[in-house]
Design a protein around this ligand. Sequence first.
Ligand SMILES: Cc1ncc(COP(=O)(O)O)c(C=O)c1O
Length: 379
Amino acid sequence: MFRELYFDTAATTPLLNEVKQVLMESLDTYGNPSSLHRKGIDAQKRVERARQQVLRTLGATGRVIFTASGTEANNLALFGIAQKYAQTPRHLVTTEIEHPSVLETCRALERRGWRVTYVAPEADGRVEAQKVLAAVTSETVLVSMMQVNNETGAILPIEEVGTALKANPRVVFHVDGIQAFGKFKHGAKWADLYSLSGHKIGAPKGVGALYTRPNLTLEPMLFGGGQESGLRSGTENVLSITALGEAAKVAVEKRETALNHTYGLAQSLVQGLAQIDGCVIQRTKEASPYIVSAAFPGLKGEVLVHALETKGLYVSTGSACSSKGGHTKASHVLQAMKYSKRQIEGTIRFSVGSWHTMEDILDAVNIVQEQTRWLHSVV
Ligand SMILES: Cc1ncc(COP(=O)(O)O)c(C=O)c1O
């Protein structure tokens, strides 16, 4: 048996021990937070504590609306603002490299009469703040961009865009912070709306949140009992929300140490991979250390993923959601960066965890070297 080397943390993370502990302690908290009795109040307190934990990690004041995923948080942000102008659809600005939960929502809005500008990235995956700002017109009501790209790790200029948009209070600025929350210090600071997801930071899948700055109004997508400030009706998922709060608390406590450690790991990973014959590192200077994209032109990403798995190394092709259902769709992100078909097909993504060690990195690089050499010799 091989030692497991899980390098797919951008797809999802294992539960943190602290989260498991809190979940075990909370399993018998079955009250409905809307109930008036003690059981309800106990559940309500857990939800409110988690809300404060998330706000503290964001370093922001405002509201946190718990959702069932990062995808739902992104949908709520875009539809929630668009719905305010439903009578006279206007204009949105986003980028070509957003996650499908933003891009497909934009396409749904286009079908309802909205105009959307999709700003193209540079060849290295960067997005120029000036290009985003230049796309804003007098009709624009929302700009949506991610903080960290989930396929390349590129860090987008949310500070520059957010700061410039402050002079234009008509325009709401939404940041998809799903690959950044708990890992980088700022994010929500420059945003009116900020999305996050539990399973990227050691909480369970199926819980996320949308942060909104104070006094920002948006329309709900789910109607009912008026939970979550009337923006997301439905009895709260108390267990998962409690877990998300705990994961956020742990993340903020360890953030600086984790980030520094991960920068070291990413540097070694990039250096190690770059030594391998035929490997192309697809990385911009301003990139998250948690995500490293590499291509092996001439090999197929899916084949490589399985070949690495046989040695205990887990990575993904482009992004987890583009490799569903037994067939991989060519990455829209790498296509927007205008990479060749051959390079896109040969791409794999390593996503690092702060718990990894230098030894893990060296072992991972050795496995990649061995398996790519073997695949080149048989294809
Ligand atoms: C940048 C980004 N946005 C949104 C999502 C969707 O989050 P969730 O899986 O919680 O729906 C992901 C998930 O990979 C992501 O990486």
